[in-house]
Ligand binder design. Structure first.
Ligand code: GDP
Ligand code: ZN
Length: 462
């Protein structure tokens, strides 16, 4: 896309606004460097420093000329930047107040506040990324774990784009072949064309199906597997939750407007994103079954992707334990015998028998024993087979999924047509439609309003 008019210089806070840490105000556009330079005091003027270098200095209040903030400033000159424009990134000590102050002085220099997703929109407008890559950035922003992040990154790197481009190329060649047949009917290659058409169309169809099959996985990964910790009172449920949260980086969401639900913790366990759900009524209820009844507790538990069922090694299995085991019978679960540091009463062999196929792990959360093994077991549950291969393009974007489904429909129509002996110039219409639908994923032929709508989904500062 060629942008003729000069774009305004824009700025936004581009890091999560949390407590402490470093926050970044990102400025992008033709006047980014000179605008920040006017309010920056350091060893060198920003207009003279090398690109991609970091400067230490202070920001000044434009009018009073007083130092207001200690900053590290990164100057990134076009075109080797995210937006392909000049970018200045101002790193300051976090905290809402100081980062807002920095943003304010920048905005006083004729810089406009960026709309949500506007940086990425610029990257798109300057041809740095295509639409599916831009959309992957939305997922990236929302990605709560490394693995989800990788999925998004792969898209950013254009995996999906490449795959779709290849399919479109196949379709294009097939369409070209049909043109020849139609233009020179005397060649009588109709029969050959039919077979070729069928082969190509079925190939494209199976590829689209492959991509769609990953859609569900992509979704799970982005959201995190909802994990519920269950067990009788005092067995160590809270301790387990704490251990998982502390051992693993707790994942902080940076989506504005989502107040963090204190009842949920996102953790990354060996690449498996878990959403540990502290559902009141499940994790902490004294006697779950007694309190809310078998049916209700079962339907609550069914909502979970994974159940961690905890037992106390110092006590024999009782009725409540057995009921819980029964309750999670065909749900994905791991049984954990905790407090292994103490004298045992629980018969682990008996528990393993009751558990059937499910893993029984032993831990001492107090002495931090068995947690690694438990994490490994959790990871193994989810990353066996093709999910682990990590070589697949995940689709996790609702618009892509919808378009792929439409494309699948129209390619199936084409196949059906060929099989029924419909004239090729009719089949051609379905192929063309498939080609166009796949093109929409790449951002070809999308209307301006669609682009605007997409970019407005971004959070501020990306
Ligand atoms: P919850 O009621 O199931 O959430 O259990 P808590 O996590 O609150 O733990 C109950 C008590 O058991 C606390 O005093 C913990 O410190 C203790 N506890 C937890 N895990 C262990 C363990 O592995 N060994 C020992 N000795 N005590 C533990
Ligand atoms: Zn507890």
């Amino acid at each position: 896309v060629n942008v003729m008019m000069e774009l305004e210089t824009i700025a936004a806070i581009s890091t999560p606004m949390g407590e402490g840490g470093i926050a970044i105000v990102r400025v992008s556009g033709p006047h980014a460097i000179e605008a920040v330079d006017r309010i920056y005091k350091g060893k060198h003027s920003l207009s003279t420093v090398d690109s991609h270098t970091i400067q230490y200095g202070h920001l000044l209040d434009g009018e009073a000329g007083e130092k207001i903030e200690e900053v590290m400033v990164t100057v990134l000159r076009a075109p080797k930047t995210y937006t392909r424009e000049d970018i200045v990134e101002i790193n300051c000590h976090g905290g809402l107040v100081s980062v807002r102050r920095v943003l304010n002085v920048v905005l006083n220099e004729g810089v406009r506040l960026a709309e949500p997703g506007e940086f990425t929109k610029r990257a798109f407008l300057h041809g740095r990324i295509d639409l599916s890559q831009a959309e992957a950035v939305i997922d990236l922003i929302r990605a709560k774990t490394d693995r989800a992040m990788n999925v998004a990154l792969q898209q950013v790197e254009g995996r999906l784009s490449k795959l779709i481009q290849r399919l479109r190329q196949e379709l294009l060649e097939t369409l070209a072949h049909i043109e020849v047949t139609i233009d020179y009917p005397e060649h009588d290659v109709e029969a050959v064309t039919q077979q070729l058409l069928l082969d190509k169309a079925q190939y494209v169809q199976s590829k689209i199906e492959d991509i769609l099959r990953t859609a569900e996985q992509g979704k799970i990964l982005r959201e995190g597997l909802s994990t519920v910790i269950v067990g009788r009172p005092n067995v160590g449920k809270s301790s387990l939750m704490n251990a998982l949260v502390h051992e693993n980086r707790a994942i902080v969401t940076d989506i504005p407007g989502t107040t963090r639900d204190v009842l949920e913790e996102y953790v990354n366990v060996r690449g498996v994103p878990l959403k540990l759900v502290d559902t009141a009524g499940i994790r902490e209820t004294e006697d779950l079954v007694e309190k809310i009844g078998v049916e209700r507790s079962r339907s609550e538990l069914k909502k979970a992707d994974l159940i961690l069922l905890v037992f106390n090694y110092t006590e024999r299995l009782n009725e409540e334990d057995r009921r819980l085991i029964e309750l999670v019978r065909d749900l994905k679960s791991i049984l954990i015998v905790n407090k292994m540091d103490l004298a045992g009463e629980l018969d682990v062999k008996e528990l393993q028998k009751l558990a059937g196929e499910r893993r029984v792990m032993t831990t001492s959360l107090l002495e931090e024993q068995g947690i690694d093994e438990l994490e490994q077991a959790i990871a193994e549950l989810y990353f066996t087979g093709d999910v682990e291969a990590g070589d697949m393009t995940y689709v996790s974007n609702a618009r892509h999924i919808a378009l792929l489904n439409q494309a699948k429909k129209s390619i199936s129509d084409a196949i059906e047509g060929v099989k029924l002996g419909v004239p090729v110039d009719i089949v051609q219409i379905d192929l063309q439609k498939t080609w166009e639908l796949l093109g929409e994923i790449l951002g070809d032929a999308v209307s301006e309003s669609l682009i605007d709508q997409l970019f407005s989904q971004f959070c501020l500062g990306k």
